[in-house]
Design a protein around this ligand. Structure first.
Ligand SMILES: Cc1cc2nc3c(=O)[nH]c(=O)nc-3n(C[C@H](O)[C@H](O)[C@H](O)COP(=O)(O)O)c2cc1C
Length: 209
């Protein structure tokens, strides 16, 4: 396979800063709506990058809400990402929508959402997903898949009450930096950044591709 010869021309759009909203959340919602409309598979999926004391790590996560505070997602608080966010709350999100030739990078500080908000989302999930969240010690080494299924069966056969475990819930990333990237002809892509200034306003700039 000749990877050197893999080459796409990007031609689906441009970003004209004259018409851009002052609030990047509004711009994000516009692009997100378009990503959903294009039937992009898992348009709400993003790469979450976290940093422990000395190295970064990344994984795919699903966005579940854009609240007034920021971007909300759900996970196991004892997972690798949970531990890393505990050590260092700064993280980045990367949305890649290839059908639209777009990428959005978001950076900011992450905090746990309120327990009752996590309860609310947990209760909205299918029962099987609730049980998986309860029985899976996410990111821990386990003996085998069989062992996990056994734990699940034991849990179900005991008829225990299904409720959100304290170690599972939502995080919210409050953004202080955005980059909107639109693929351009001949690699002259559009890159517009929004940085939160001290006056709690957003500064808009264009970056070279
Ligand atoms: C499409 C997709 C969606 C995912 N959504 C989530 C999610 O919303 N929450 C989650 O904890 N893991 C999700 N995962 C699994 C994570 O990528 C990862 O394997 C898991 O969270 C453990 O990561 P960690 O060991 O770095 O903490 C998803 C994976 C994929 C491929």
């Amino acid at each position: 396979m000749k990877l050197h010869n893999l080459r796409q021309q990007y031609k689906k759009g441009t970003i004209n800063e004259v018409n851009l909203p002052d609030d990047p959340i509004i711009f994000f919602k516009e692009w997100f709506t378009e990503a959903m409309q294009f039937h992009q598979f898992e348009a709400n999926a993003f790469i979450l990058s976290t940093v422990s004391a000395n190295r970064p790590s990344s994984r795919v996560i699903l966005l579940k809400e854009i609240s007034t505070k920021g971007f909300v997602f759900f996970t196991n608080y004892n997972s690798r990402k949970g531990m890393e966010l505990n050590q260092n709350p700064f993280a980045s999100l990367n949305f890649f929508w290839p059908d639209l030739e777009r990428q959005v990078r978001v950076e900011g500080k992450v905090a746990k959402i309120e327990p009752d908000e996590s309860d609310c989302y947990f209760l909205s999930r299918p029962m099987e997903s609730q049980v998986s969240a309860i029985i899976s010690p996410q990111s821990s080494i386990i003996e085998s898949k069989q062992e996990l299924l056994q734990i699940k069966n034991d849990f179900l056969s005991k008829g225990l009450k299904i409720q959100r475990p304290e170690n599972w819930g939502g995080f919210c990333l409050t953004p202080d930096y955005f980059e909107f990237w639109q693929g351009g002809a001949d690699r002259l892509h559009d890159r517009i950044i929004y940085s939160a200034s001290n006056e709690s306003q957003w500064l808009k700039n264009r970056l070279a591709p």
